[in-house]
Design a protein around this ligand. Structure first.
Ligand SMILES: NC(=O)c1ccc[n+]([C@@H]2O[C@H](COP(=O)([O-])OP(=O)(O)OC[C@H]3O[C@@H](n4cnc5c(N)ncnc54)[C@H](OP(=O)(O)O)[C@@H]3O)[C@@H](O)[C@H]2O)c1
Length: 323
């Protein structure tokens, strides 16, 4: 459950990579993955208008068109891109929110968005104003719940003074623990759910990539400091530790990453991203792995003694987190 009343599956599905950021698209494979997700009960789907410059929403909209029992759809607004370009700006103005919402509703082919996130905060617009506009959209029945991405604890508190927030979505995984400083505690205090994005460290924590992996130019990881050759050579240490613990427990490293997130509290919902059925199947088995106190203590030790090298975003991207 996110917030007071948004019921979602224990594990969600991140759909971003079906459109861009992690290599070439495979629409047929992605459609099969969406079908399998419904069968497996992973019915909390995460998208955004900017993924593939509207492609991702349209793709999901086409897939769910005509379905009577649709998955829970979360989408986002606020990052403005020129189609095909990575360069971006942020807009949380009332006109932009309203026109973005109309666009998302149309592409998704739904009458109401289940969870509508501010993708990044616009420093020019006070959070109270953004929440007031979103609150009007709730009253008008265009969105059911409000979410915020990568916000600070203080911003979340201010936002909740205007309208309830169902979920904060930020990066959280065994190698990205920033939200443990303040944000998670504030979510718990205010009864706000927490959606963990990039729970597999953009795939790195699964052990699929090694220190010598080269990402193609159509892969965002080629731009991220944490995936630079020197950083990967050092960051492989945590992957090896996670892989060893997973082997002892009898699961895969990906499942261990997800089971660890699930063990952090009921309010935490991981949304691993994939366009492949076999990864989806593997990820959806994670809730069956129940970590005991020894497993959790061992992972805590690994976290404590293994430094992580390189920021998770470019310097420009880092300006948009914890604001
Ligand atoms: N709010 C935000 O700012 C924000 C930012 C980033 C992401 N998100 C959302 O969060 C979702 C999840 O994050 P993410 O996709 O970045 O990260 P992730 O789930 O940590 O990693 C995705 C990567 O891991 C691979 N993968 C997935 N399951 C695997 C497994 N079992 N074994 C090996 N590799 C596996 C995927 O491969 P394939 O691509 O080959 O399937 C993909 O390359 C996104 O889809 C998006 O909806 C939100």
């Amino acid at each position: 459950m996110l917030g007071d009343d948004l019921e979602v599956s224990e594990i969600g599905l991140g759909c971003m990579g079906m459109s861009e950021f992690y290599g070439a698209r495979d629409d047929e494979g992605s459609r099969q993955t969406l079908t399998a997700a419904l069968d497996l009960g992973a019915t909390f789907w995460d998208t955004a208008d900017m993924y593939g410059s509207y492609h991702n929403e349209q793709f999901i909209g086409d897939f769910i068109s005509g379905m009577s029992n649709k998955p829970v759809i979360a989408t986002k607004f606020g990052i403005v891109r020129r189609p095909g370009a990575y360069a971006r700006s942020i807009d949380n103005s009332a006109e932009y929110i309203r026109s973005s919402c109309e666009g998302s509703l149309k592409r998704l082919g739904i009458e109401r968005i289940d969870l509508y996130y501010v993708h990044r905060l616009d420093p020019k617009v006070p959070i109270e104003d953004t929440m007031a506009t979103l609150s009007e959209l709730v009253k008008e029945g265009k969105i059911a719940h409000i979410g915020l991405c990568e916000v600070s604890a203080r911003t979340l508190e201010r936002a909740c003074s205007v309208h309830p927030v169902a979920a904060v979505q930020s990066e959280y995984s065994l190698w990205t623990l920033d939200v443990e400083k303040e944000v998670l505690a504030m979510c718990r205090h205010l009864g706000v759910g927490f959606v963990a994005y990039s729970p597999l460290g953009r795939g790195f924590l699964t052990g699929k990539y090694r220190e010598n992996t080269k990402f193609e130019t159509d892969d965002v990881r080629a731009l991220l400091p944490r995936f630079e050759a020197d950083a990967m050579a050092r960051n492989i240490a945590i992957v090896d530790e996670v892989t060893m613990i997973a082997a002892r427990i009898g699961c895969t490293p990906a499942q261990l990453c997800l089971a660890w997130l699930l063990a952090q509290g009921e309010e935490v919902v991981p949304i691993p991203g994939t366009k492949k059925i076999h990864y989806l199947n593997e990820n959806c088995e994670a809730p069956k792995i129940k970590l005991n106190t020894v497993d959790l203590a061992q992972l805590q030790q690994v976290i404590r003694r293994t430094p992580i090298f390189g920021e998770r975003y470019t310097p420009e991207g880092m300006k948009g987190v914890n604001v």
